[in-house]
Design a protein around this ligand. Structure first.
Ligand SMILES: CC[C@H](C(=O)O)C(=O)SCCNC(=O)CCNC(=O)[C@H](O)C(C)(C)COP(=O)(O)OP(=O)(O)OC[C@H]1O[C@@H](n2cnc3c(N)ncnc32)[C@H](O)[C@@H]1OP(=O)(O)O
Ligand SMILES: [Co+2]
Length: 134
């Protein structure tokens, strides 16, 4: 793991949350991006070496919608930047962590991503990210 790539925060209203985080961070988000497969719309703020990723559900069956229904708004996941996501998946499998998919998928902000089940990570949803073309 090279660094924390982003902190994912589940929000009900992306537009309102963008305005609030722009005030909080003193800067605007640098992009918004929908990821249909996940049923989410995201926006990203750069904060030093890491980012804040705001996530709004675009479908009721989205993981974000389920999370909001169950827990309300708040920190949803922590994402780590890795050099080689396949090697990291093998290493973590060997360490007994539960990886949610056999192969990484395309995430937002030009990344390959995969998640670890929170029951294998002390209740924290962990995402691995490898920059595409990085
Ligand atoms: C667009 C990509 C973007 C990017 O960075 O590029 C993203 O970050 S997309 C983010 C949204 N997508 C995901 O989160 C995909 C991975 N998540 C999942 O597959 C599910 O959310 C899963 C498997 C973590 C939970 O799904 P499930 O249907 O099992 O929901 P439950 O509510 O039944 O949860 C089971 C169990 O896990 C606990 N849980 C759920 N979400 C979280 C969470 N975010 N953090 C910690 N714990 C979580 C939940 O409380 C249940 O535990 P229990 O003790 O039974 O209450
Ligand atoms: Co994320």
């Amino acid at each position: 793991m090279r660094k924390i790539e982003h902190l994912g925060i589940a929000v009900r209203d992306l537009k309102a949350a963008n305005e609030l985080f722009a005030k909080l961070l003193g800067k605007a988000h640098y992009k918004e991006e929908g990821v249909e497969r996940e049923g989410v719309r995201t926006s990203f703020f750069q904060v030093g070496e890491t980012k804040v990723e705001l996530l709004e559900a675009t479908r009721p069956d989205s993981p974000i919608a389920k999370f909001l229904d169950k827990r309300g708004e708040g920190i949803h996941h922590i994402a780590f930047d890795v050099a080689d996501i396949y090697a990291e998946m093998e290493r973590l499998k060997g360490e007994g962590f539960e990886i949610l998919h056999e192969t990484p998928k395309k995430g937002a902000d030009n990344k390959l991503i995969v998640f670890l089940h929170p029951r294998s990570t002390n209740g924290v949803l962990v995402e691995l990210c490898q920059e595409i073309g990085g």
